[in-house]
Design a protein around this ligand. Sequence first.
Ligand SMILES: [Zn+2]
Length: 188
Amino acid sequence: MTASRDEDHGEPALTDGSPLTTGAGMKRKPKNNGIRIVKSCISVFEVEIDLGRFTSVKTNELNGFPAKLLRMFPALRKHECYAGEAGGFALELRKGTDLAHVMEHLTLELLKCAARPRREFSGWTRRRGRRHIIHFQTPDGSMGHCAVVNARMIVEGIIDGKRMDTKAIIQSIRDSKEVVRCKQEQVS
Ligand SMILES: [Zn+2]
């Protein structure tokens, strides 16, 4: 579940405010009202993850994991998750949740810290067989990919007792922003 409770991942509205779904008019397409999208700052990523030896491991089964994670990223204490209020995710950590769910919250937190301007992102996680699906918002594809890769590295690093530089990790995600493509678009 998410840091924020925003579940709306639909396309931006293109209408002039008139309803699209009224009785028999359910299939009516939006009319061309002179609006076209020239810039979109949010992407949605969905990744499938094989956690290997950690597929069925819960956070409460890993000695000291919740405390180490929250010490490294104190802002995770504010994530709401299923409870819908600050502290919800910390509660799930203590009760025992899977590591893909941890990676989702960590990805969202890393993106919040790396994004300029800073902002909240949302996402969800579900299990599909032996794998997990993590669905999350991101400023762009490169930052999203970099954040989820680092989230996995951090989770495994905590379990293995490695020391990690969180500021350097956040900076690497910020630096991965798709600036090259943006510059090309400005020139053209
Ligand atoms: Zn959650």
